[in-house]
Structure formats: structure tokens, C-alpha cells
Write a protein that binds this ligand. Sequence first.
Ligand code: PLP
Length: 412
Amino acid sequence: MESDAPTTSRTLATEAVHAGREDLAGLGLHAVPIDLSTTYPSYDSRQEAARLDEFAATGARPQGAPVYARLDNPTTARFETALARLEGAESAVAFASGMAALSAVLLARASQGLRHVVAVRPLYGCSDHLLTAGLLGTEVTWTDPAGVADAIRPGTGLVMVETPANPTLAEIDIRALAHSCGAVPLLVDSTFATPVLQRPLEHGARIVLHSATKYLGGHGDVLAGVVACDEDFARVLRQLRFATGGVLHPLSGYLLLRGLSTLPVRMRAAAGTAAELSRRLAADPRVAAVHYPKLGGAMVAFEVHGDPHRVIAGVRLITPAVSLGSVDTLIQHPASISHRIVAEGDRRSAGVSEQLLRMSVGLEDVDDLWADLDGALSGRPARSARTAVHAEGPTAGRVPAGRARASSPAAR
Ligand code: PLP
């Protein structure tokens, strides 16, 4: 596929639709083929031995027919090619989840004798836990962006941040931070921004991580992670993935590639609605504070004066659920779910208060979302089990007469 890469530079919207698919017309195909093989026939074991030796020595993507699905898969490789192109990276390596991707990065640095990580809170709760607990034999120093340069020491293998951060949406100046990191690679978890809003490598970061489960997939039906980086580091990650087995299923690779093609459109539409909802929330006396990134995006966090659990229990259209980045709107209480695993004191000092709610805005109409939020903020009673069964029954999905209407300008 590399040889089919375009020679002229294309915009992100065009790359989102075409990257990773350049060879299809030559194959006589329009849709991307899904290769579900776990193994591949070869009558030449000497040649296979040479290819395996080459992979063990270099970690380069094997050329020719694949050998075994834990080593390489053509459908997943298409997604990797496309994501690398969108991030402006030499390479990308996909994993079974965002946490598998982060684990591979940490193990890759630790295997090079660099076990110390400098990190800035907040991070997604499980990323925080992985570092704090030292589950992979790493050691972490938590600091703020201004303290990163001082926290770096011999043996530091990585500086890690999220921007905008989960769940407070705090933002970090990537270029300034990259400068403070010196020779130590800066990893930016860019899950909330996606390459549509931010391309960290252009600002000096060396590694970009996505929970592809979120916006890249975009429909709440794929669990995946991906790392965009230079080819040297990608080779180490591929070797680690082969040895530890955290590979992405090819069907997920297919769904992610399909998700990428609508990513710019989804992000723009959801971000317009999120910006409008953040304005309405900020003007509402029931809301104590609203956090919406300067960068934009489709995530809104807000702190309520009243009981945040009542808001969660009171939504009807919005789904009360962890995760984010889907076409439908989700809301959750970080102190109870996404960041529950972080010690209470660490959570609070990172700005994750008990009053904080995190909303992932989808593609619904802005006024419908606002009507639902308004009802939930007013303390609408929790949905009963009976109502839930009814809503999921055969009548679900019908729009009562007079309800359907054109989108308001804010939602476009
Ligand atoms: N990074 C961020 C910012 C996340 O929000 C998440 C999950 O919520 C992860 C990483 C982990 O990703 P996954 O759930 O795909 O393992």
C-alpha cells in the first residue's frame, strides 16, 4: 500500500475517505475486503524462516503474504496506514484496546531500560491506575506541565499527558511541553481531540495515542487502540504486539477504517452542538461551572449545584453510560465510573470533583438534547424498570407526529 500513497498533499477530509484504500481500484474492488484468516498457506518454509528472522531483527511490516494473524493483518494494516496519514506520522500500530496500546508503549520503553514515566493529571482513570500501581514495572512521577523538566531524570523514558484531558477537559500547550521534555519522548493521548482538531506530532510530540474505541470508530461498537509515531518506535511496538498478543481483530480494523471516513464530518457536527450546549449550561443557574475546551470538540464537562446522581438518573434521550465518541450522546459521573479507580485525594486534586459530570455529545438535534438535560437538571424522577422495558420494546424508534423537525442552526 505504501507505494500507492499520493504524491501530492491532500486535505484531512480527503485523506479520511481515501487513505488506506489506494489499491482498491487496481484490485477491482470498491469496499475494503475483510481478511479474517488466522493463518496463511506457504509451501516455502525457508522463505518463511527468512521473513520471520527479518521481523525479529527489524520489526518492519512483513512484505508479501501474511504469515499469522498475530504478526500482521491486511485489513488492520489499512487502518494503520490511514491513521498514520491523518496524524502526519510515519507509522501507526493498532491494538486490541486503548489500554493495550498504552501498555505496549510502556513496555517498549521499559524494555529499553527506561522505566520512569513523568505524567500530568488528570489522565483517564485506568491510565492513571496503570501508572500509579506500577503494574508493568514502571515508576511514575506526577507533576504539572511546569514541573515536567525538573521531574525528568536519567532513566525517564516517557512524558505522558492527555489534552484535552479526561474528564476535566483541561488543555496543555503541546509545543511548550515538548520543549520541556528535551530528548525524552512526549506521548499525547489525543483521544478527545482526534486528528481533526489537533495533530500533536506537528507540535513536537513524538507519540500519539488514541483509544480508537471512541471517535475513530465513532459508533460505540469497536474496542481498539492505536499509536502513531516514527517508524523506529513502531517497529518496537510491532515486535511487542507479536510477543504479547494484544492484536486488533480484523473486523474492528474494517470498522475503524470505515469510521475514519466520516470522522471530520462527525466531529464538526457534534462540536457545533457541544459548543451550543456548553453556552446554555454556562447560562443556567443550576450549573456551577462548565468546562469546554478552547480547541473545541464534542466533550462537555460541567459541575452542578445539586445532586449529580439525579441528573444521571433523570436523562431519557441521553444514555447514562461510560465511554464517549459515539454518534449518540452519553453522560457519566467520573468520580463514580471512569475515574473511580483513582484514589479520592488524587482525583480531587486533579479537578475531578463529586459534582462533575462528563458528557459526550453526539449527532442528535441540539434542542432535543437540551430539553433532556433541562428535565434531568430539574430533578426529573429516575426512569423505572417498567419504562425502560417499554422504551426498548417494539415502539422504540417511532417519532410521535409533530416531533420531527429541521435541525436548528446551532446543530449544523
Ligand atoms: N485514553 C482515554 C483518554 C480514554 O478515555 C480511554 C478510555 O476511556 C482510554 C485511553 C482507554 O481506552 P480503551 O477503553 O479503548 O482501552
